[in-house]
Design a protein around this ligand. Structure first.
Ligand code: G3P
Ligand code: CA
Length: 275
């Protein structure tokens, strides 16, 4: 059967829902993460930013203009400002601008999501779910994003791995500096160095000091498939984003990547024969 044909890699990769099941529900909302858990995703990816009053919220862009009915930078707004806005209806409008949804919006699909609420959702799920948390704008706050993140993880017992186990949490960033702050303060939390391109000094598969996992974009993997093997030979795991097309899933399997980060966890799990 076709699904056996896809098991060409060393093992089946973890399937991580990018901004939640963000093809089906507005990205970074509780509804998107609930759906990803229902779909059977192994992990959840989220971006975190600090509000002006020091709360970590799950928002991708520097500004809220694309994903809410408000305007402005997250870093200039307080949590109460964000809580008054609608972070979900944009998705329905984008899908069908002629037919605005007449139903009362469900708060789980429209409210800004704090990282704290996401951690509660994961804790309440009753199963092990990996959390891939990406620090955004780490330079803007000179260490405060990482500090608040580790304090919050500590409250949920997640700042250290459970005894004898690998941590279910990992911190990802395009900023090596942000990852180094995490490594220094919480050495038990694996870090993922995200890459949009491969800088010449990293072409041989090396990563910035102390980083265990590489996070290349699927474009890198498509254009330099040999890079995954180089990373593996250098002792790193490889988590690829954002893998939405079936042929890219197949490529990731052939190359034996360790995690697929996708907006479509249900479809990927089906392709892997896990649903
Ligand atoms: O999972 C990594 C990926 O999310 C990085 O890119 O722009 O979607 O945060 P971006
Ligand atoms: Ca991200």
């Amino acid at each position: 059967p076709a699904r056996d044909g896809l098991r060409l890699g060393r093992h089946s990769p973890a399937v991580v829902a990018h901004r939640g099941a963000s093809e089906d529900a507005p990205e970074h909302t509780l509804a998107a993460y609930r759906k990803a858990i229902e779909d059977g995703a192994d992990g959840l990816e989220c971006d975190v930013r600090l509000t002006a009053d020091g709360h970590l919220v799950c928002v991708h862009d520097r500004r809220i203009n694309r994903t809410s009915n408000g305007r402005g930078a997250v870093s200039a707004l307080e949590l109460a400002d964000l809580a008054a806005l609608d972070f979900g209806s944009w998705k329905g409008r984008a899908a069908d601008p002629e037919e605005p949804d007449q139903q009362t919006p469900d708060p789980d699909s429209t409210a800004v999501l704090t990282l704290e609420r996401l951690l509660e959702l994961v804790a309440d799920s009753g199963r092990r779910i990996e959390l891939a948390i990406e620090t955004k704008h780490p330079t803007r706050w000179a260490g405060q994003v990482e500090e608040r993140l580790l304090a919050l993880l500590g409250r949920f017992g997640l700042a250290e791995p459970p005894p004898g186990q690998v941590s279910p949490v990992r911190v990802m960033s395009f900023s090596a500096r942000s990852l180094q702050r995490i490594q220094a303060a919480a050495p038990g939390i694996p870090t993922v160095y995200l890459m949009q391109f491969v800088s010449p000094r990293l072409r041989d598969g090396r990563l910035p000091g102390g980083v265990r996992i590489a996070g290349p974009s699927v474009r890198i993997v498509r254009s330099h498939p040999g890079y995954v093997a180089r990373l593996h030979r250098a002792g790193h795991r490889v988590h690829v984003w954002t893998v939405n097309e079936p042929e890219d899933v197949e490529l990731c399997l052939r190359l034996g990547v360790d995690a697929i980060i996708t907006n479509r966890p249900r479809a990927v799990l089906t392709q892997l024969g896990r649903r």
